[in-house]
Ligand binder design. Structure first.
Ligand SMILES: NC(=O)c1ccc[n+]([C@@H]2O[C@H](COP(=O)([O-])OP(=O)(O)OC[C@H]3O[C@@H](n4cnc5c(N)ncnc54)[C@H](OP(=O)(O)O)[C@@H]3O)[C@@H](O)[C@H]2O)c1
Length: 241
């Protein structure tokens, strides 16, 4: 089985790659920036006895996505599971938010999800099977001050997921979303300590989640225990909403 994961060299994406590799999936990793850590990620994946293949590309570019998917198909001959994980934030109150900050977040998070999915779906339709797992966010469900752009992109992913699930169910393709709460990664590292403490106090489990806790739910949705689940959003948020 082959899984293609976007933005998978760090944070939640990397943990998803490792978790799925432990469960026997060969892994196609998309990355945007060349970093010295790529070799280490490759090694960690392959230590689980599976193959890995790395494709560079910006998910906000349709052409990049077309090339990436083509290359993964050439390498592995199929894609069983697609995880749309790549994402960015550019937070700010609406009064100060620049148009470019709104657009770039939508371009990467929402249009990026379309760009990759649009190129993968013909192969899944042909093989009459597939799983698509989109990483949304609790703020796409509940909203968050200072994140109008990000929340809109993540709410968009939920609508996209539910519509696509209905469209491709007859082809045996299951499409679901995960809405993580606050997860300890580079994305949330930048928050000041007092903000983190405030967030933790509002989470019933009183702590941020780990990337692994999200990855395990991805593995459930990618595996054989979720064959009757599609069009759903699973919150992984310590009880936040
Ligand atoms: N952390 C949280 O609390 C949290 C909560 C809810 C949802 N999420 C979502 O979970 C996903 C992963 O977040 P994270 O916390 O792991 O973030 P992260 O540590 O900042 O990692 C983001 C990943 O996305 C990649 N990426 C960004 N823009 C890209 C582009 N245009 N094309 C290809 N790859 C791109 C990055 O690649 P580079 O290394 O090249 O920049 C990186 O691998 C995101 O969709 C995020 O919105 C996170």
């Amino acid at each position: 089985m082959i899984a293609f994961i976007t933005g998978a060299t760090r944070g939640i994406g990397k943990e998803i790659a490792l978790e799925l590799s432990k469960r026997g999936f060969d892994i196609a990793v998309n990355y945007r920036k060349e970093t010295s850590e790529l070799e280490e990620v490759k090694k960690e994946i392959e230590e689980n006895g599976v193959k890995s293949f790395f494709v560079q590309g910006d998910v906000s570019s349709f052409e990049d996505c077309e090339k990436m998917v083509e290359n993964v198909e050439k390498e592995f001959g199929k894609i069983d599971v697609l995880v749309n994980n790549a994402g960015i934030t550019k937070d700010g109150l609406i009064m100060r938010m620049k148009k470019e900050d709104f657009e770039s977040v939508i371009d990467v998070n929402l249009t990026g999800t379309f760009n990759v999915t649009r190129n993968v779906i013909p192969y899944m339709i042909k093989q009459k099977s597939g799983r698509i797992i989109n990483i949304s966010s609790v703020v796409g469900v509940a909203g968050n001050a200072g994140q109008t752009n990000y929340s809109a992109s993540k709410a968009g992913i939920i609508g996209f997921t539910k519509s696509l699930a209905k469209e491709v169910a007859s082809r045996n393709i299951l499409v679901n979303a995960i809405a993580p709460g606050f997860i300890n990664t580079d994305m949330t590292k930048v928050l000041p300590d007092n903000v983190k403490e405030n967030i933790n106090s509002q989470i019933p489990l009183k702590r941020m989640g780990t990337a692994k806790e999200v990855a395990k739910v991805v593995a459930f949705l990618a595996g054989e225990d979720s064959t009757y689940i599609t069009g759903q959003v699973i919150n992984v948020d310590g009880g936040m909403i």
